[in-house]
Each structure stands twice: as structure tokens, then as C-alpha cells.
Design a protein around this ligand. Sequence first.
Ligand code: UD1
Length: 378
Amino acid sequence: MKAKSILVTGGAGFVGSHLVDQLVKLGHQVTIFDNLEDQVHQGKVPDYLNTNAEFIRGDVRDADILTKALLNKDVVFHQAAAVGVGQSMYQIRKYADYNSTGGATLLDIIVNNNKIRNRIEKIIVASSMSIYGEGLYTCSQCGDVYPKLRPTEQLKTKQWEVNCPLCGLECKHKGTHENKPLFPTSIYAITKRDHEEMFLVTGISYQIPVVALRYFNIFGTRQALSNPYTGVAAIFSSRLLNNKPPVIFEDGLQSRDFVHVSDIVQANILAMEKNAANYQAYNVGTGRNLSIKDVAEKLMGKLVPESDMQPVIEYRFREGDIRHCYADISKITKELGYSPKMRFEDGISELTHWVSEQQADDGFEKARSELERFGLAH
Ligand code: UD1
């Protein structure tokens, strides 16, 4: 593919930085746009930032500096977002502002500036599996069903599994495909749906190809360990690094699809290169579900192999948490030739090696007490 001039918003972050590395490796000219959010970067430029990419420090809501960054770009990857699901439930305005207004600012600039609009060939936007809410289920009586959140009253009785919304029988999870109706269960998830819908609608109206990628639970190096609002694999790793056991919510049998960051990069590159991707939304996962207990045990086996430490299963729960969601990846496999390469078991060797060289403040207690203060953890 001919070398392109590419902007990656959020290019100093977990996914963005790995994507930048790969784009540079492929010979593209890359500009990173990132505000170096304190909660993620603690005020520092990360040492992994690719020195062969241009770096612009800026906020996606700042139209002036974003306009400069967008000039002369062929492709834009919009990865910038605030990512704490629980936190989004008590910093509602901040999340709406960073994510929805940030995305709107970017689109506004593109459609109102002819020079920018006429040059852009494609925009790839980071969406999330969180927009589905609960995953897809099947009921022995009713077939495929789309349950909403489990009622708090049910969870208080420690009945964790999901019941059929039509007949009430317990139903079984299955791979979630892109046509499952969306039911975001947090402000964060609503802003991700906003991203997806705003970008696709604008792209279709102005014939600028847009692709939305619905990331499942990503793991890998550079995930912000000291950020307690981030994903479970990073939270467990930073607990273990501080000699504390992982704390598991519910009974630990809830499951997710853990996809390695290199496979997320693979999907982004395919989305850029393949015309078949234009105006589509794709799941990016592995198609396999792992229980949270399994994740804790696998990480402990690698990070503290000699220890007799056990994960703490508290039988408590967070508001808004879903039970099971994992990807049906047939659409992206068939249309773009995507194929996940890194199994969790292999990816955590690299992850734990990296984790053991990091210093991480374990912010778990702080995050949990905030949730409790707002009545969002039981
Ligand atoms: C995560 C991301 C979300 C992203 C989505 C898809 C966070 C907070 N959430 O959502 O941004 O869009 O994946 O990539 O980054 N758990 C524990 N103990 C803990 C933390 C979590 O047991 O200390 C459990 C939770 O109850 C849940 C599961 O682990 O059942 C996964 O939680 P989490 O990593 O927060 O991810 P999601 O909510 O799936």
C-alpha cells in the first residue's frame, strides 16, 4: 500500500500507541494527537512513544489545534476517549464532553474545512462491545433472546446467571453478532455508541468511508496499570505486583472475550486497507470466552507462581456489569480476512514480563470506595 499521511488521536494510549508502531513499521507518515490525560499518563510523556511519529499534545475538544493536526491527512484513526466505565457514572458531563463532544469536534472540522474534507480517504473509529450491554443468549423455549441487565434485586440474592426476558428460564450465552440490538448500560457505553453512529452517519452523508471497530476486552503491554478504572487484567496485574490478591466480583464465572492488543491493531490495519470495510461496524475479539476467575488464576500462575495466595471472591457486584459477552467474529473474518493470532495464555507471558518491570500504584480500593460512595457497588 502507498505510504499515507495518518492521524491517530489517542496515539499515546494503550491501543493508539501500538497502532502507531505498526503504521510506522508499514512505512506510513504518522502524527500522534494526545492530551496525555493525567489519570493514564501521570503527567509524563510515555517512554514508549514512537520517535518516528510526529507528536502533537492536544485535546480533541480544542478545534484550533485539532484542525492543524488534521491538515494534509489521508486517514484518521479516532482512538481518543475517556475509558472508565464505572467512573462515567459519576463524571457524566466529563465523559459526554470528552467522548461525544470530542468526536463531534473532529467531524465538525472535517466537514467544514474543504481542504481537510477533500483529502481524507477514510476514518476508523474505536467503538466498544459495551454498546451491546448483555451479550446474545439462547433460551431452550424461546430461541435467541436479548436480555437487558439483571435486576439488582436478583443479584442481591446471588443469582448471577441471566434469565430469558420472555419466559424467565435461565438462558445460555452464545457469541454476540453485530446485529444484536444495542443496549448500552453506562454513560461510557452511550458515548461509544455516539461515536459509532455519529461517525457512520457523517461518513455516509459526505461519502467519506468510515469503519467502526467494536473492541472486546483488550489486554497487553502499556495498559495503564495505575489507572484503577481500566480493564480487569491490568487491575489484577497491578494488585499482584503490590502483593495483593485479585478481588473478584460476583462468583467469578462471568465471562468476557480477551483480545490481545496486536489483534486490535491487525483489525485496524485491515479496516484501513480493505474497501469492503467501508461504512461497516465490526466486532473485534477472539470468539472465545474466559471466566474472570480463570483470568485471575492464569495471571497468578505467571506473576506469583510460588505464592499460595488465592483470589478473593467476594460475591459482591457492580451496578451495570453484564454477565457474559463474547464476540461472534464471522463478519470480520469473512469480509476482511481477520484472524486473531494471540491466545490469552500466550499473551499473558508477554504481559506479565512487562508488568514485572513496571511500578504500579494499586488504586483498586480507591476506585471501589468511590463506587460504594455512589451506591454503584453492592
Ligand atoms: C471493558 C472496559 C470497557 C471496554 C470493554 C470492551 C473498563 C473499565 N471497561 O468493560 O472500557 O469498552 O471492556 O473492551 O476498562 N472485575 C472483577 N474485579 C475487578 C475488576 C473487574 O471481578 O477488580 C470483573 C467485573 O465485575 C466484570 C469483569 O471483571 O465482570 C470485566 O470487567 P472490566 O475489565 O471492568 O470490563 P468490562 O466491564 O467488560
